[in-house]
Design a protein around this ligand. Structure first.
Ligand code: HEM
Length: 507
């Protein structure tokens, strides 16, 4: 019924202008308020936004509906952010019909077979990481820049066919600037985003051309990515015409022309070039941050670290990464605890109804098992909260415990949410309660992460190389916080992005 959302319970609003937004987006430690609210109000609750209400959803049945339903689309503030960074023709923003065919074409580079073909690229980047760590004169090393560069270089080579040097210093520096800008997200920015999200698209695009320093940096990064994409398209086309093999990377495969001069999948060169910014941003910090935050947890668990090292050493020379239980449990737990996209906002395109796994009680005392959502309602897919739901993950949901993935048997039922880590049913030894954990870190539905296999394979190879050669411990004065800066970001006590770790060579 109309008006239901207003009766859904939630925390009081501390500010008439920001509502709960600052607590949600700018908390010193990500989740500080969000996880407490979930405990208090359950898997669906209401927050005050700068304007209007936001429904926070971590209920599995509701999430399944939202990620798969065409009744929801990206929320305007998120759409604007993605427009600024990736451009209007990027896969994330094109209309549904275009999305389907573009995604099918791009998927050629992200199938299990294609990703197996990138293993040597990942291994080369992992060896470079080892060299850099070996050459460091200090035992305490900030691993952020090393891993960011490593993940950028693998995207460059596997997707674009470009070595890190070919990407250009200016583009690399601009990407770093954008990360820095994200780290300094302020109240003013949040307010500006809330206001611009209410503007008609043409007016927002006009404001996006304003000569502010932030917008200038973002525009420059997008332009550089597009120019790089265009240059690659021209070069690959010319190489294919000369009969040279261009099949070593995704862009090369997609641009391989037949005798009549048309590409095998019908993609126009400018459409492909327009994906360059997305590929670089979607694949770099996401994978790097998951690795960084995971390695920090490994540093806290010396016994698990030793067991993982021994699994890796025993399997040395064997590249069946998928059949290494500790390695994969560690990756799944890193993704569960630290989903780099912790909240993903949607807006209802039309009036609709979402089902609930468990009833909720409205402020009127009425229990409901489905929610009527009115057109225009903002709904947050609370990925991080879903992955801490005690009803799904057990009482230790807030603890980093890779062993949770080792118990139980393979899960093959329906209701899967994300594309990865739907694999285990955990049985509580005492009362035989079955949990059905599913990771939403890569989202689900038609817009789920295109690069999830790429990310998993890259993480498997990097972790094997790093843990085999080095041991990791936390510095004594560790004061690292995890903040939300568009994606999750490790931040040091000085407010800068960084994650110092004590790295010792294994003799
Ligand atoms: C641990 C690493 C990663 C995580 C957690 C992650 C997570 C996500 C999430 C949550 C989305 C959905 C965004 C939305 O619709 O709002 C997404 C989309 C996407 N990701 Fe990833 N990602 C990762 C790595 C990668 C990599 C390595 C690539 C490419 C090489 C990639 C390419 C993409 C693309 C192209 C999309 C857009 C898909 C579409 O709209 O159809 N991602 N990712």
């Amino acid at each position: 019924r109309p008006g239901t959302v207003r009766k859904i319970q939630g925390p009081p609003s501390p500010s008439w202008i920001f509502g709960n937004t600052l607590q949600l987006l700018l908390s010193a430690q990500y989740g500080e308020h969000e996880f407490a609210w979930q405990k208090l109000y359950g898997a669906v609750y209401r927050l005050k936004n700068c304007f209007g209400d936001r429904l926070m959803v971590s209920d599995p049945a509701a999430l399944h509906c939202i990620v798969n339903s065409s009744h929801f689309k990206l929320a305007p503030a998120l759409e604007n952010q993605l427009y600024l960074i990736n451009g209007r023709k990027s896969l994330l923003l094109v209309p549904a019909e275009e999305h389907k065919s573009l995604r099918a074409a791009l998927n050629v580079g992200f199938t299990a077979a294609a990703v197996r073909g990138y293993q040597s690229i990942f291994e080369k980047a992992a060896s470079r990481l080892t060299e850099e760590l070996n050459s460091s004169s200090s035992a305490t090393i900030d691993i952020c820049p090393l891993l960011s560069f490593a993940t950028l270089s693998t995207i460059g080579e596997a997707v674009l066919g470009q070595s890190p040097e070919d990407l250009g210093e200016e583009l690399i520096q601009n990407n770093l600037e954008i990360v820095k800008l994200a780290a300094t997200q302020s109240r003013l920015q949040i307010l500006a985003e809330a206001i611009t999200s209410r503007l008609p698209a043409w007016l927002f695009r006009a404001t996006a051309r304003l000569p502010t320093p932030t917008l200038k940096t973002i525009r420059a990064a997008r332009r550089l990515a597009y120019e790089l994409g265009n240059r690659i398209v021209q070069e690959k086309r010319a190489a294919a015409r000369d009969g040279l093999d261009t099949d070593g990377d995704l862009f090369g495969v997609l641009l391989n022309e037949d005798a009549s001069g048309t590409t095998k999948n019908g993609l126009a060169g400018d459409v492909l070039a327009a994906q360059t910014a997305l590929m670089l941003t979607a694949g770099q910090e996401t994978t790097a941050t998951t690795l960084i935050l995971g390695l920090r947890e490994l540093a806290r668990l010396p016994a698990f670290q030793a067991d993982l090292r021994s699994e890796i050493t025993t399997n040395a020379g064997n590249i069946a990464y998928d059949s290494m239980p500790l390695l994969n449990a560690f990756i799944k737990e890193s993704l569960r605890m630290f989903p780099v996209v912790p909240i993903d906002d949607r807006i209802a395109r039309q009036d609709t109804v979402i089902p609930l796994s468990e009833k909720i009680t409205l402020s009127t005392g009425e229990d409901i098992s489905e929610i009527f959502i009115e057109k225009g309602q903002i709904v947050s897919i609370a990925i991080a909260s879903f992955q801490r739901l005690e009803s799904r993950w057990g009482k230790d949901a807030h603890e980093f415990n890779p062993n949770r993935w080792l118990q139980g048997s393979a899960y093959s039922g329906g209701e899967a949410l994300g594309p990865y880590a739907n694999l285990w049913v955990l049985h509580d030894g005492h009362d035989s309660i079955a949990y059905f954990p599913r990771s939403l870190s890569f989202l689900g539905g038609p817009h789920n992460c295109l690069g999830w296999r790429f990310a998993i394979s890259e993480m498997q190879i990097f972790i094997c190389e790093l843990v085999r050669r080095f041991s990791f411990a936390l510095p004594e004065d560790d004061a690292l916080r995890i903040r939300l800066a568009t994606t999750l970001m490790p931040v040091m006590s000085n407010g800068q992005k960084g994650a110092p770790l004590i790295v010792s060579r294994i003799s």
